[in-house]
Write a protein that binds this ligand. Structure first.
Ligand code: ATP
Length: 245
């Protein structure tokens, strides 16, 4: 079991209801899991507990047998190097080139002075070129990111993530600001990368059709509770209505 979550509860300060309420779920390598739920259901909170951008109020998160909720910041940094996050708004540096943005994906594993001086060795430069080929952006290598389309920006975000050689990919609504055709292409790309590298991928998504088409498993939250956890074909119209009503 790669990720084993037990009784996970998050109550934000001053909130009357928990954002996540005693969630139990286990996830394995190879699963491409989409997370559904209405706005405010707890999807982002769930994802952010896993890389500990948010500290849970109660419960346990085990990553390959390591308890994350009580881990020291230093040890958590090590664990985080195996996880990447793909964001809705890409989180790129607009005035820098596609290539430079991609290289920042290796920052976590390098001494800070090297980052400051922009010193990259052959291996890192090669990895960045490979990552850009993988997302089919090699032609745009020297363009500034601010001049790209949304879909291209997200491809840079994915290339940057690949630099980290992750085993877990977290996506916090990675296609929420993209048009339907581009969204589907990005999902296809994420799925291909997932299959090739045998990852665990966990993505929040508003578009149920995308989830049904690409996920191997769908989970859904409602008011902080896990109310669905099954294969996409099990998501009936009734269940769909229940999730979104
Ligand atoms: N930093 C925070 N402080 C206080 N409350 C928060 C915070 N972040 C989220 N919440 C609340 O927790 C609940 C769950 O929010 P969360 O962002 O996890 O939902 P979501 O399903 O990801 O929603 P969306 O689809 O709109 O992104 C909501 O009621 C939200 O208002």
């Amino acid at each position: 079991m790669m990720l084993e979550i037990s009784d996970l509860t998050v109550t934000y300060p001053k909130a009357t209801e928990p954002a996540l309420d005693q969630v139990n779920v286990s996830m394995n390598k190879g699963e491409f899991i989409c997370i559904l739920g209405r706005s405010g259901a707890g999807k982002s909170t769930f994802i952010r507990c896993i890389n500990r951008l948010i500290k849970p109020s109660a419960g346990s998160i085990q990553w390959n047998g390591t308890e994350l909720t009580s881990l020291s910041e230093r040890a958590m940094r090590e664990v985080r190097s195996e996880m990447v996050m793909i964001f809705q708004h890409f989180n790129l540096i607009p005035r820098m080139s596609v290539f430079q943005n991609t290289l920042t994906g290796s920052f976590g594993s390098r001494p800070a002075y090297k980052n400051l001086l922009g010193l990259f060795d052959e291996k890192e430069l090669k990895s960045a070129n490979q990552a850009l080929q993988e997302v089919e952006l090699d032609r745009f290598r020297d363009q500034r990111v601010e001049a790209l389309s949304g879909g291209q920006k997200q491809r840079v975000g994915i290339a940057r993530a690949l630099m980290q050689k992750p085993s877990l990919v977290l996506g916090d609504e990675p296609v929420a600001s993209l048009d339907p055709t581009t969204s589907e292409r990005i999902f296809q790309l994420l799925r291909n990368i997932h299959d090739e590298r045998n990852l665990l991928t966990l993505i929040n998504v508003h578009d149920v059709e995308l989830a049904k088409k690409f996920a191997t498993r769908i989970i859904a939250f409602k008011e902080g509770k896990l109310i669905f956890d099954d294969q996409p074909s099990a998501l009936t119209d009734e269940m769909f209505a229940k999730i979104y009503q």
